[in-house]
Design a protein around this ligand. Structure first.
Ligand code: GLN
Length: 187
């Protein structure tokens, strides 16, 4: 199984490392042509405005929409989750708009308010080690979206069919449970 990580900006190498720990091949994706060779893709954390602009510039908005239309799984972490959402609260920035949810950016405060926690996630046996850095949250969601995790009553992970979103960075720890979960969706 080959899992891509969109490599326009953000935490790419960290995701590749956990994909490989979870037992698949990690592929650094910089060109739309590469999408044909992979079975699923991770949109990493970073800065969603920058990443969205670069995705638009390099043709990834349409290419990833058709990747999703083919039923191929996409996992967005942090900024990646923002890019998956149908709506970004109070903002118009290029994004994929694939998951039926509205997200709020920077919902847990600033960089220095970053934190780490053990988060129970539906479908994963042990709590997942989760790092929150200027993380978004899911304010509202539509039919077909299953909530997978909450933190202090706020929704921080969800799945809609072949699409998976997490507010936090699982890739900044050694815990590859979220990556294994994503691999099971790709299978
Ligand atoms: N705050 C960033 C944004 O809004 C996301 C931060 C992250 O990916 N760690 O795009």
């Amino acid at each position: 199984m080959k899992i891509g990580v969109l490599a326009l900006q953000g935490a790419v190498a960290e995701h590749i490392r956990l994909i490989e720990l979870a037992g698949a091949e990690g592929v650094i994706v910089k060109k739309v042509e590469q999408l044909a060779d992979i079975d699923g893709i991770i949109l990493p954390g970073g800065e969603s405005t920058t990443m969205g602009k670069l995705m638009h510039l390099y043709g990834f908005i349409d290419a990833l929409r058709s990747f999703s239309d083919q039923g191929k799984p996409i996992f967005g972490t942090c900024a990646g989750m923002i890019l998956l959402a149908e709506e970004i609260a109070g903002q118009e920035q290029p994004h994929l708009g694939l998951m039926s949810m509205r997200v709020a950016r920077n919902a847990f405060g600033r960089q220095r308010e970053s934190f780490e926690t053990d988060l129970p996630v539906v479908g994963i046996v042990e709590p997942v080690r989760a790092v929150f850095i200027r993380a978004p949250l899911i304010e509202e969601f539509g039919a077909g979206v299953e909530v997978l995790a909450t933190y202090n009553g706020q929704i921080v992970a969800a799945r809609q069919g072949h699409l998976l979103a997490a507010s936090f960075h699982p890739e900044l720890t050694d815990d590859y449970a979220m990556h294994s979960y994503f691999l099971s969706m790709v299978k």
